[in-house]
Design a binder for this molecule. Structure first.
Ligand code: FMN
Length: 375
């Protein structure tokens, strides 16, 4: 079996599978369960200093299923960050690290646009022993109304400034989590790296409207007759996530070699993870998939990723990270390559007898020669 362990920003992950910030990492019970099932890391639900400013509504999820099937491939949520008190989280972080020192525990943090708040949240979390931070610059709903989350992440200058505040006090690795709700994700990504972040995590959810109820004419998910656009996740977003991870990986290779990527978005299998890694990811996060399949899915993911590696003779994750990146090109280059391939095929075909009616008495020996494969 291939070795799935991997060192990322100096942190030892026993496999590249990490729970993505959200309900599957929302308190110590479930985080301990994740580590017990074998996840390499957990990004806890995003926390802030003042949980009493966070009020969720219900319903807050909406699902898209394949036609005529129970299979869920799209998931919208209008959930906010954690509504649990900051001090409770600090106690739980410490207890989780005591129980699972081998599990990489990453605190996802979000604060208002105040330097002192970011410094305080970083200092108090790292004191209790978390392994790394993920800066949530990407929640697309609710929090932007308080100028947090995606309101910061869509502005590269603010990403750089706020990342800088976190880096002033962080003594452990820091990843900046990117919003996909921008035209060029490499721009805010570059800003976070310029400020010193060790890595990027991408993507958070895609701003969406799940649909409109044709009876009531109200948009969904509907709360007291009204709605807000929410964040879309699950399998349906994977192609977009892969594209964005690819764009970040290319930027990092050119401008910040050595920085890392945690790939997120619709991953549910070992083969999905292999694709994120082939496009440059160091770890792969799963959030919605866990809400559908449960924590035990990590075992199948490990098995499938390992089988993929054995099939190709890859001994470690490092052996194939980014291996598919050189095959992205421009459309003009694809056109040129196709014209060359067609011309070569034509040249090969010309003079080769394809049908028995094409044999000619005068050229018989030459025609025979052309059909020989091993001269
Ligand atoms: C219900 C729900 C709650 C989420 N809450 C958070 C959060 O608190 N912080 C955060 O950074 N991302 C949050 N996310 C986004 C996920 O971490 C992830 O970036 C996104 O859902 C795409 O990955 P997935 O398709 O594996 O879910 C949440 C996602 C869902 C579905």
């Amino acid at each position: 079996m291939a070795d799935l362990s991997t060192v990322v920003n100096g942190l030892q992950f026993k496999n590249p599978f990490v729970i993505g910030s959200g309900p599957p990492g929302t308190n110590a019970n479930v985080i301990n369960k994740a580590f017990a099932e074998g996840w390499g890391g957990v990004v806890a639900k995003t926390i802030s200093l003042e949980a009493d400013k966070v009020t969720n509504v219900a319903p807050r999820y909406a699902r898209m299923r394949a036609e005529g099937s129970k299979e869920v491939f799209g998931w919208e949520n209008i959930e906010l960050i954690s509504d649990r008190p900051f001090v409770t989280w600090l106690d739980e972080f410490k207890a989780i690290k005591d129980a699972h020192p081998e599990g990489m525990l990453i605190a996802s943090i979000m604060e208002e646009y105040r330097r002192d708040a970011w410094i305080e949240i970083v200092e108090r979390c790292q004191e209790v022993g978390v392994d790394a931070f993920e800066l949530n610059f990407s929640c697309p709903h609710g929090l932007p109304e308080r100028k947090m989350g995606m309101a910061m992440g869509e502005n590269p200058d603010i990403v750089e400034e706020v990342s800088g505040w976190a880096m002033e006090s962080a003594k452990i690795p820091v990843w900046a989590k990117m919003t996909p709700n921008v035209t060029h994700i490499a721009d805010p990504g570059r800003s976070a790296l310029r400020a010193g972040c060790d890595g990027l995590a991408a993507i958070n959810t895609i701003l969406s409207v799940m649909g409109v109820d044709l009876e009531t004419l109200r948009p969904m998910p509907t709360v007291e007759g009204y709605a807000v656009p929410g964040g879309y996740s699950c399998k349906a977003v994977r192609p977009i996530a892969l594209r964005m991870v690819m764009e970040l990986a290319r930027m990092i290779a050119e401008e910040y070699p050595g920085r890392t990527i945690s790939g997120i978005g619709g991953a549910e299998t070992g083969n999905d993870a292999a694709q994120f890694i082939l496009l440059g990811a160091h770890t792969v996060q799963v959030c919605t998939g866990v809400m559908i399949h449960g924590y035990g899915m990590v075992k199948d993911m490990c098995e499938q990723l390992s089988a993929f590696m054995d099939q190709h003779g890859f001994a470690s994750i490092d052996d194939f990270r980014g291996a598919s990146l050189p095959y992205f090109s421009t459309h003009a280059d694809l056109v040129r390559r196709q014209a060359e391939a067609k011309a070569a095929a034509k040249a090969r075909r010309e003079g080769m007898v394809e049908k028995d009616t094409e044999w000619e008495g005068e050229k018989f020996v030459e025609q025979s020669d052309r059909l020989v494969s091993n001269d």
